[in-house]
Design a protein around this ligand. Structure first.
Ligand SMILES: [Zn+2]
Length: 82
Protein backbone atom coordinates (compact mmCIF):
# COMPACT_ATOMS: atom_id res chain seq x y z
CA UNK A 1 0.00 0.00 0.00
CA UNK A 2 1.37 3.33 -1.00
CA UNK A 3 0.99 6.60 0.82
CA UNK A 4 1.26 10.06 -0.60
CA UNK A 5 2.37 13.24 0.98
CA UNK A 6 -0.97 14.94 0.54
CA UNK A 7 -2.79 11.95 2.02
CA UNK A 8 -5.39 11.70 -0.71
CA UNK A 9 -6.03 8.26 -2.09
CA UNK A 10 -8.74 6.17 -3.62
CA UNK A 11 -9.37 2.53 -4.23
CA UNK A 12 -10.40 0.46 -7.21
CA UNK A 13 -12.06 -1.33 -8.86
CA UNK A 14 -15.53 -1.34 -7.35
CA UNK A 15 -15.75 2.39 -7.01
CA UNK A 16 -13.18 5.08 -6.77
CA UNK A 17 -13.53 6.56 -3.34
CA UNK A 18 -11.56 9.28 -1.68
CA UNK A 19 -9.79 8.82 1.60
CA UNK A 20 -7.62 11.29 3.41
CA UNK A 21 -6.17 8.90 5.97
CA UNK A 22 -5.97 5.67 3.98
CA UNK A 23 -8.19 3.87 6.47
CA UNK A 24 -11.71 5.02 5.80
CA UNK A 25 -13.31 6.65 2.80
CA UNK A 26 -15.33 9.78 3.06
CA UNK A 27 -18.56 7.99 2.29
CA UNK A 28 -17.87 5.51 5.09
CA UNK A 29 -17.02 2.55 2.85
CA UNK A 30 -14.47 0.26 4.44
CA UNK A 31 -11.29 -0.01 2.39
CA UNK A 32 -10.57 -3.66 1.56
CA UNK A 33 -7.13 -5.09 2.23
CA UNK A 34 -6.50 -5.54 -1.48
CA UNK A 35 -7.54 -2.03 -2.44
CA UNK A 36 -5.38 -0.21 -4.92
CA UNK A 37 -4.45 3.33 -4.03
CA UNK A 38 -3.67 5.97 -6.54
CA UNK A 39 -2.26 9.40 -5.80
CA UNK A 40 -4.43 12.39 -6.47
CA UNK A 41 -4.02 15.94 -5.29
CA UNK A 42 -6.55 17.86 -3.27
CA UNK A 43 -7.09 20.10 -6.28
CA UNK A 44 -7.83 17.24 -8.65
CA UNK A 45 -9.63 14.58 -6.62
CA UNK A 46 -13.07 15.37 -8.14
CA UNK A 47 -11.70 14.27 -11.53
CA UNK A 48 -10.95 10.79 -10.24
CA UNK A 49 -13.68 9.71 -7.88
CA UNK A 50 -16.95 8.32 -9.14
CA UNK A 51 -18.43 8.10 -5.68
CA UNK A 52 -21.03 10.78 -5.20
CA UNK A 53 -21.12 10.32 -1.43
CA UNK A 54 -17.39 10.91 -1.12
CA UNK A 55 -17.64 14.01 -3.26
CA UNK A 56 -20.71 15.26 -1.42
CA UNK A 57 -18.94 15.07 1.94
CA UNK A 58 -15.58 16.33 0.78
CA UNK A 59 -16.83 19.20 -1.31
CA UNK A 60 -17.53 21.74 1.44
CA UNK A 61 -13.93 21.52 2.66
CA UNK A 62 -12.00 20.40 -0.41
CA UNK A 63 -14.13 21.11 -3.44
CA UNK A 64 -12.22 23.05 -6.07
CA UNK A 65 -13.55 26.57 -6.39
CA UNK A 66 -13.54 26.49 -10.18
CA UNK A 67 -15.66 23.35 -10.50
CA UNK A 68 -19.41 22.89 -10.24
CA UNK A 69 -20.45 20.69 -7.34
CA UNK A 70 -22.20 17.58 -8.72
CA UNK A 71 -25.92 17.49 -8.11
CA UNK A 72 -26.27 13.71 -8.05
CA UNK A 73 -24.45 10.45 -8.65
CA UNK A 74 -24.83 10.74 -12.42
CA UNK A 75 -23.32 14.20 -12.46
CA UNK A 76 -19.69 13.07 -12.77
CA UNK A 77 -17.09 14.10 -13.42
CA UNK A 78 -17.58 17.62 -12.10
CA UNK A 79 -17.52 20.27 -14.76
CA UNK A 80 -15.38 23.35 -14.71
CA UNK A 81 -17.19 26.63 -14.18
CA UNK A 82 -16.98 28.63 -17.38
ZN1 LIG B 1 -17.07 6.82 -1.56
Amino acid sequence: MQRWSDGVEYDKPSKRHITLNGEVTHCGTAIPDDATFKPVTLERWPMYTDCYNCAYRLWPDYGPADYIRPKNSADFPPRRIC
